[in-house]
Design a protein around this ligand. Sequence first.
Ligand SMILES: Cc1cc2nc3c(=O)[nH]c(=O)nc-3n(C[C@H](O)[C@H](O)[C@H](O)COP(=O)(O)OP(=O)(O)OC[C@H]3O[C@@H](n4cnc5c(N)ncnc54)[C@H](O)[C@@H]3O)c2cc1C
Length: 501
Amino acid sequence: MTEKHAEKNVVIIGGGIAGLTAAAYLSRAGMDVHLFERHTQPGGYISSFSRRGFTFPAGPTSFGSNGIVFPILEELGLREKCRFIPASRQLNWNRHDNCHDLLLHSPAQVCDELSAIFPHERRSLRRYFRWVETGGRGFRGLFESGLMFSGGKGALGQGLRLWLHNPLFPWAMAVARGRTNRSLHARYFRDPELIRMLDGLGYPVMTAATTLGMWVSYFQDYHRPLGGMQTIADVFAQSVREHGGHIHLGQGVRRILIDHGTAAGVRLTDETEIRARWVVSAADMRSTFLDMIGREHLLPSLITKLERGRPSESIFAVYLGLDDSAEMAASLGRFQADHIFFRCADGEYLQAVLLSKDNPSIVPPGRHALWLGRFASCEPWHDLEGAAYRQRKEDEAQDLIRRGEELVPGLSRHIEVMETASPLTFERYTGNWRGASAGWNWDPADNPQIKPATDVELKNFYCAGHWTYSPGGVPSAMITAWYIAQEILHHWHMNPASISP
Ligand SMILES: Cc1cc2nc3c(=O)[nH]c(=O)nc-3n(C[C@H](O)[C@H](O)[C@H](O)COP(=O)(O)OP(=O)(O)OC[C@H]3O[C@@H](n4cnc5c(N)ncnc54)[C@H](O)[C@@H]3O)c2cc1C
């Protein structure tokens, strides 16, 4: 069946933050935008779900702006439509029967407190956190410079200004060059426990430059929207609609239509065909190329890259709605910050996030919402089905709760609502290959470095989202959408008449 309506300007596949960002820019400029999202609500990973009055985030519990998220919200006039509170972080672990709660405020403070716990690493900690401080200052300058939006234009001048204000930034970047978090920490430190803790703070393997960016975000740049992550997606969706754009929920795309090497529209899962001048995929990259476009239209080199790349780690998460008892409130007093990176008695780490801290609108009065999670590979889950899958999920959830009890005594006695998400859950709800949480693997050795602009020979087709820029995440998804929106608008302004039906 072919849609009777005239050719649309742009079809966008996927209503995660990347698709929504592209749609917001293009509709605001007056283009006829149609976004197709297979799920029944917008947001992808930044959507939320509710259970008996508790609201939980489907993916991230907070995000770093990285000089991208807030400038885009400002530019779109959406900054005042969401209210944000700072997300804070705390490390917690027992060492020699002493319990340590360490808030992440600043490099100097973390250095001092870690030095008290690991006195034999004092000098190395000082050197490491001098690098964090120096590099962090440079990163902040970079975020404030707007260089991310320059597309290379004027980059030299801006780069020089950045250097003048942060003369040691090149040194910090030189220290990071060619290194990962792991090789860097192994270079600075000897204590295996300290190394394990620092290695575990971000993705298992990531570049040392990303480690620097992580510290900057943890200290100053992590945010939570009041009301939950869905509020961001909803504000974007509303803006698209207010500007005449269309968001089609519950409508998946099966194929990208191709006429003589040019993207010409999409075929939906119900076989409806929508013709469009431009097609943007902000969905999973493998399924975009291998299923929606098809191998017959791809260069062999791209297929090799797709087969070689590994996804970023997935996550196993437990979402808990907790009662309003005095015991629970007392146990949760441990959360000075809303995010705790917690070392269990057996040395394993887990993340615990008190979602309702300073954010009471997401829970019934007096209650609490807690997120427990850890990285998980999709492989062990793949072949599980039915009862075996459910059993594995239950076992993993109970294991997380048991570990959570070390941090929050009595936790299991106060659970009113519980949901779990395995890597397969993330894959099922968002279409991200193997439940990848942030696009391709953050280990540079496993990232296939796919550049859709040059690796795909398909006119009028663009990719945005966390698979198209590494490391993935909310800011990457948004900046890639910003760039492709500028490019489409450039072509549209050059040749607007040809799109008229
Ligand atoms: C537990 C967790 C924690 C995270 N923590 C952080 C964090 O702290 N900071 C950070 O920056 N990032 C974090 N991330 C990553 C971040 O959430 C993602 O990188 C980002 O939201 C990806 O946005 P996106 O729009 O590129 O993709 P997605 O959010 O995956 O959106 C893609 C959309 O496309 C839709 N879709 C797929 N196929 C089709 C189709 N055929 N037809 C129509 N629609 C389709 C999907 O349903 C989905 O809505 C986290 C992720 C997870 C899971």
